[in-house]
Design a protein around this ligand. Structure first.
Ligand code: NA7
Length: 546
């Protein structure tokens, strides 16, 4: 007779990923007294900031906000050198956090999670990995990143190309010397826009292959002066309190009412001030209605197009660089340093793929309808399967063997972006249905992780072995998220926000558009009311029942 299987899982919680979300989840869950293990496919911590090492990579949320607030000493001890930190500085910060809080020993590196299968009888997950490592845990927290799963490269003839191939999100750790080479960058989203001005001075010739022109605004990056750092640190608690209830989870210059309340000259004066001094993504909040009203939005779009014409010497290049056919901000607004001016260099050529589409890769380069461009290297800055890709690429099976990919085939449905009906004990950090990328994602990560920890504490207090969003709650939240989306211009336009960059992906605004502060209020209210919309299963001697 074989011995009965020990029902005790190996860990209370498996955390997938060791970026901002995974590190904080490990810290907070361990502090709660839970046994935790983290899996990370990379060789070290950092997530997005581990992988995206291309020249020019930096955050476009101010570092004072794009950093953890959970530990006051950390907040006081760490000093950011620039308003918008570079990738190496953010990675140093995350390494510091991992060491300071002894998180590294909790993480198994070089280990990609490939499957997670829920067993209804024992209410545990069996998590499979790319190594022989398999563990059983009560809970799984998906902290796998919102912009981590790469969009597939499906260019005709790519395998024929004999030159160097690089991807911005897989940049070689040892760096790469492209000096004196003929290089193409494909993609002009945030990554391409940051990379191009940095690459241009190195290369013999840089060809920027643009399919869709994006709106980009100047970062107005600058060093953080010691007196400024001291002042901000002295008032850090107030700053954090303010961003927790803000719309975008970051410190903002107040908006100047509706764009349509001002005459054209006054409106331009206000835009000019933002352009010159505000900098960064807050340009979209110069007025309250730029994201909501087409007419108001058009005033901002026209202003940026005028700036492009002013900056770029060649009128045809300026025209190609001018975004058309979609409101500003409905694709993620790019934030740059000298992007448009880079096209005035004689060694930089814009290739407008709308006018001369890419036909194929050849052995020596790329052929467009205008002819062959000979190249030594190609950089793909082609984006990600945002918000859902990092979860759906894992074989996650919940009740009845249903996969998350199946559950989300017609578009992701979640309860508060944190839980999925039919997938008990599974939590997603900043998943679809939460504000996620529509604001300072670190503020949202902290909010989500803290909510999850509170929920697990509640489960323990009531003696539950599982917690699960109900189908009704999931439907209700999806409806509320769709209503919030419908208020915005974003939901109606093609972008990675709406899944439109991935062939076959269902179209809906993936993040919750109601704002970071409002979302926190809703989540707090659910917790305060004892988690309506969640079902806690408490075992009885006769089996599992509520
Ligand atoms: P994005 O913003 O998705 O940009 C990807 C770019 O690549 C965009 O310009 C795309 O043009 C272009 N692209 C993608 N596929 C192709 C093909 N097949 N041919 C030509 N051009 C293509 O990704 P990023 O990495 O720049 O930024 C993602 C986020 O990461 C960013 O917003 C920050 O939050 C961090 P398209 O618009 O599809 O015509």
């Amino acid at each position: 007779m074989s011995a009965p299987v020990d029902p005790a899982p190996d860990y209370d919680v498996v955390v997938v990923g060791a970026g901002f979300a995974g590190l904080y989840a490990l810290y907070a869950l361990r502090a709660e007294g839970l046994s935790v293990v983290g899996f990370e496919s990379g060789s070290d911590v950092g997530g997005t900031w581990f992988w995206n090492r291309y020249p020019g990579a930096r955050c476009d949320t101010e570092s004072l906000d794009y950093s953890y607030s959970f530990d006051k000493d950390l907040q006081q001890d760490w000093t950011w050198s620039e308003r918008y930190a570079t990738q190496p500085e953010i990675l140093r910060y995350l390494n510091h956090v991992a060491d300071r809080f002894a998180l590294r020993p909790l993480i198994r590196f070089h280990t990609e999670v490939t499957s997670a299968v829920y067993d209804e009888d024992s209410a545990t997950w069996t998590v499979g990995t790319s190594t022989a490592d398999t563990v059983r845990a009560r809970y799984v927290v998906m902290a796998a990143g919102v912009l981590s799963s790469l969009k597939e490269l499906d260019f005709p003839g790519l395998e024929r190309f004999r030159g160097t191939r690089l991807h911005t999100a897989r940049w070689p750790h040892e760096g790469v010397d492209l000096s004196g080479q003929r290089v193409a960058v494909i993609g002009t989203g945030s990554s391409g826009v940051q990379l191009v001005p940095r690459l241009a001075p190195q290369t013999a010739h840089l060809h920027v292959l643009q399919r869709t022109a994006n709106f980009s605004v100047p970062a107005r990056n600058r060093p953080v002066l010691p007196e400024e750092a001291a002042r901000e640190k002295a008032g850090y608690d107030e700053r954090r309190a303010e961003i927790r209830v803000s719309r975008a989870g970051m410190k903002e210059i107040p908006a100047e009412g509706s764009a349509l309340d001002h005459d054209a000259a006054e409106r331009t004066r206000i835009f000019e001030w933002r352009w010159a001094y505000g900098g960064g993504p807050t340009f979209l909040r110069t007025f309250t209605d730029l994201a909501l009203d087409e007419q108001a939005n058009a005033t901002a779009a026209d202003f940026v197009r005028a700036k492009i014409r002013e900056t770029v010497a060649d009128p045809e290049t300026a025209d190609s660089l001018s975004p058309k056919g979609f409101p500003i901000g409905t694709k993620r607004l790019c934030v740059d340093t000298d992007y448009y001016a880079t096209f005035n260099r004689p060694d930089v050529t814009l290739v407008d793929l709308r006018k001369t589409p890419l036909v194929e890769f050849t052995e020596n380069g790329i052929r467009t309808t205008a002819g062959e461009i000979e190249l030594d290297a190609v950089v793909f800055a082609t984006g990600f399967d945002a918000l859902t890709g990092a979860i759906t690429r894992i074989d996650v099976r919940g009740r009845g063997g249903e996969t998350v990919a199946e559950h989300w085939a017609d578009g992701p449905r979640t309860m508060l972006g944190v839980a999925v009906a039919g997938f008990p004990n599974l939590f997603t950090v900043t998943g679809p249905g939460s504000p996620s990328v529509l604001g300072n994602v670190v503020a949202s990560i902290e909010q989500h992780v803290e909510w999850i920890v509170d929920c697990l504490r509640h489960a323990r207090e009531v003696g539950a072995v599982s917690v699960e969003a109900t189908r009704e709650a999931e439907e209700d939240w999806s409806r509320q998220a769709a209503e919030a989306a419908a208020q915005t211009l974003m939901a109606r336009n093609a972008s990675w926000y709406t899944g439109a960059n991935i062939p076959g992906k269902a179209r809906q605004l993936l993040p919750y558009a109601g704002g970071v502060g409002r979302f926190r209020e809703i989540c707090d209210d659910v917790a305060a009311r004892g988690y309506p919309g969640f079902h806690f299963t408490v075992p009885t001697p006769t089996g599992h029942q509520a």
